[in-house]
Write a protein that binds this ligand. Structure first.
Ligand code: AMP
Length: 394
């Protein structure tokens, strides 16, 4: 059984082709700069990489060339081998609490909900339309970033604002990275045999969110109505006093969207360090003694620790903390700095075991009260798994 996982952005399309009998990746790649000059693609297969500049006017071009190349490169013999296509979809509001077979109604909903994800939902529709055109008749499944968080109760998802904003406009916490947190929850449950497992899943990459998960169900998560809320990120501020927005609007003569843009694109590590949004750069300069980078690093660690402390209380204790995504999987120093601050919870890590990148590893010591793991996330596999489940149910 072969399934393609698709992540369509406004000018990009990422894919992974899985053999679901072994859950292995047969080929993966990226089509970039769609609709922009200098468009190109990269396809990786059998340890080799094919890169080529090619005109990609729109997503349909990218999908057409992708399918042609899968055959040209002998990755598949015919398009009939593709049993299903899974799409990463960003915002399903409170209508979608699990993955769905994509129908016209799902596409209409993506369009309806686009004001909550103005860049992502329209791009998701482009990806779906391109595959519908290229592979008519092949089942397509939508896997929403927001779905995993639908188990939150209203004390978690409501904001203390006029209730009518929720009723009239859907102002509430939706949460994101749900497919990643669900993957982490499923993988942890296989590694740690415990009933009613209390998990804090830290997805910390360029974007970042932390979820409190009880027995596989999300109880709370740090992102909100949009991905701007929660922990400090590469370029996003995370939680701030909302009055800052009107204050800066007046001071800088900006409108609200411009200030929100500053909070999304020029804040976080980049804003405080005044140097880079990339943790590797910030850590390197911090090691050289750069004060802004030290501040950015320490504030980043603080914001993660604050959420872990909060979720520890919410869950009534914690059995496992998992680090995942770019920073969580790769950064030995950030994990060390966070875990040092978790000593009051009885967290102890083994510094040698912590010296790893991108491998499933238990980094806590045997006498640690909380087990700490590094688990590389795999949203693409999760999307392929959900697609397979839907195909099997048909
Ligand atoms: P992601 O959004 O999950 O792809 O994560 C991307 C981020 O991971 C980058 O912006 C880097 O800040 C961070 N990252 C990747 N590798 C490392 C590393 N070895 N040390 C620290 N940060 C890293």
């Amino acid at each position: 059984m072969k399934i393609i996982s698709i992540n369509a952005g406004s000018s990009s399309l990422k894919f992974s082709l899985f053999d679901m009998d072994t859950e292995s990746v047969i080929a993966s790649g990226l089509f970039e700069r769609i609709g922009i000059e200098g468009s190109c693609y990269t396809i990786k297969c059998r340890g080799e990489k094919v890169e080529q500049e090619v005109e990609l006017v729109d997503h349909s071009d990218a999908v057409r060339i992708l399918l042609e190349k899968l055959i040209d490169l002998n990755i598949i013999e015919s398009l009939d081998e593709i049993d299903g296509v899974g799409h990463r979809l960003v915002h399903g509001k409170d209508k979608y609490s699990s993955s769905v077979v994509i129908t016209d109604e799902v596409i209409e909903d993506l369009d309806k909900f686009k004001e909550f994800a103005p860049l992502h939902n329209p791009a998701n529709i482009l990806g779906i339309s391109a595959f519908r055109e290229a592979l008519p008749g092949v089942t397509m499944v939508g896997v929403f970033d927001t779905a995993f968080h639908q188990t939150m109760d209203e004390t978690s998802y409501l904001y203390p604002v006029p209730y009518s904003w929720y009723e009239k406009y859907g102002v509430r916490k939706y949460g994101f990275h749900g497919t990643s947190h669900r993957y982490i929850s499923d993988t942890t449950a296989k590694l740690v045999d415990k009933e009613n497992l209390r998990l804090i899943s830290c997805h910390i990459g360029n974007g970042g969110s932390i979820s409190a998960v009880l027995d596989g169900k999300c109880v709370d998560t740090s992102m909100g109505l949009t991905p701007l809320a929660g922990i400090m990120m590469g370029t996003r501020s995370g939680d701030i006093d909302p009055s800052i927005i009107t204050y800066v609007m007046e001071k800088e003569g900006k409108n609200a969207s411009e200030v929100i843009d500053d909070l999304n694109k020029r804040s976080g590590l980049l804003g405080l360090s005044e140097y880079s949004h990339d943790m590797r750069d910030v850590l390197a300069r911090a090691d050289e003694g750069d004060e802004n980078c030290i501040l950015a690093r320490d504030k980043y660690v603080r914001s993660i620790v604050n959420y872990i402390g909060q979720y520890h209380l919410l869950l009534g204790g914690v059995d496992v903390i998992v680090f995942t995504a770019g920073v969580g999987e790769n950064s030995t120093p950030i994990r060390k700095l966070v875990c040092e601050k978790l000593l009051p919870l009885g967290v102890k890590i083994d510094l040698e075991k912590n010296n790893i990148r991108g491998e499933i590893t238990k980094i806590s010591t045997e006498d640690s009260k909380v087990q700490v793991y590094v688990i590389p996330t795999d949203e693409e596999l999760m999307i392929a798994r959900d697609t397979l489940l839907k195909l099997e149910a048909r």
